[in-house]
Design a protein around this ligand. Structure first.
Ligand code: SF4
Length: 280
């Protein structure tokens, strides 16, 4: 059995908190899980079988009415210890961390540390560690910012933001993916048209992983209610008009009435770094 063949949970009774298990093997077609790249061949992500896609769709449909806590519990019971969560410390990520602290505190959580993040974001990582004891790992690109800019004759985000995001985010997650079977993200369907069709559980072709989005059908208001009620640590830049926070050079405050992601790569037509877009 490959590491990607998994035991999965029986159907959850919504909000029951009861998660009985049965053994079902999920097979991936690719014979080797996350093969390492060679000198001549880049690493290809594993490919999901039709059987696996159908199983994931079934789970996703069933989990549509489950709470985020039940989805997180299912994900941890199904994929740990090869479950990871990627966070940029946005409000949604902080809420998931808050839930993980009681449901599955041993879950591996990481941040794609491009070298261009706000100092407030990095400080939030330490506040999360203090509050919950969860040490989010900062995963960095091969080259430091100074080395990267020297190699390209200046900041690449000014000339080719897609390349910069690829080099400093996507490649880093591709590397992390080789250590995982599933990853969780904090995306919500109502954040953008790209995210509107995000399943609760699905196959992420780009990274060759099962992707779980526990907050997919939550609203911004539900997220902020938890933050306020439970005093969850959050990025203070949100109080200064930054509704969505990425790298400092590519993020601005939004104006009244603008879309919540309007401050990302403003004026460039780019709306996503590529982590959450499907390459169909
Ligand atoms: S958000 Fe901007 S600085 Fe950050 S990786 Fe993408 S292009 Fe580079």
């Amino acid at each position: 059995m490959t590491p990607l063949a998994k035991r999965i949970a029986d159907p959850i009774v919504p909000n029951s908190g009861v998660l009985p298990k049965r053994a079902v093997e999920l097979k991936i077609l690719h014979p080797e899980d996350h093969p390492a790249p060679t000198a001549t061949q880049p690493a290809a992500p594993p490919v999901a079988s039709e059987e696996l896609l159908a199983e994931l769709a079934e789970h996703s449909a069933r989990l549509e009415t489950a709470s985020p806590q039940e989805i997180i519990t299912w994900a941890a019971e199904t994929y740990a210890p090869r479950l990871g969560m990627a966070t940029a410390f946005g409000p949604e990520g902080c809420v998931i961390l808050h839930m993980l602290a009681t449901l599955a505190p041993e879950t591996y959580v990481f941040n794609l540390d491009t070298g261009y993040q706000f100092k407030e974001t990095l400080e939030l990582r330490d506040r999360i560690a203090e509050r919950y004891g969860i040490e989010v790992e900062l995963r960095k690109p091969e080259l430091s910012v100074a080395e990267y800019e020297a190699a390209h004759g200046g900041p690449v985000y000014e000339t080719d933001s897609n390349q910069c995001c690829f080099d400093r985010k996507i490649k880093v997650l591709q590397q992390a993916a080789r250590e995982l079977d599933g990853w969780m993200s904090g995306i919500r369907r109502d954040q953008s048209s790209h995210r509107a069709k995000a399943p609760i559980v699905g196959w992420d072709k780009k990274f060759g992983l099962v992707k779980i989005s526990p907050l997919a059908n939550w609203t911004k208001e539900q997220v902020w209610k938890i933050i306020t009620d439970e005093k969850v640590p959050y990025n203070p830049l949100h109080d200064q008009g930054y509704t969505s926070i990425g790298c400092q050079p590519c993020t601005r405050q939004v104006l009244f009435g603008e879309d919540e992601r309007a401050g990302r790569w403003s004026g460039s037509g780019k709306t996503e770094c590529g982590l959450h877009t499907a390459d169909d």
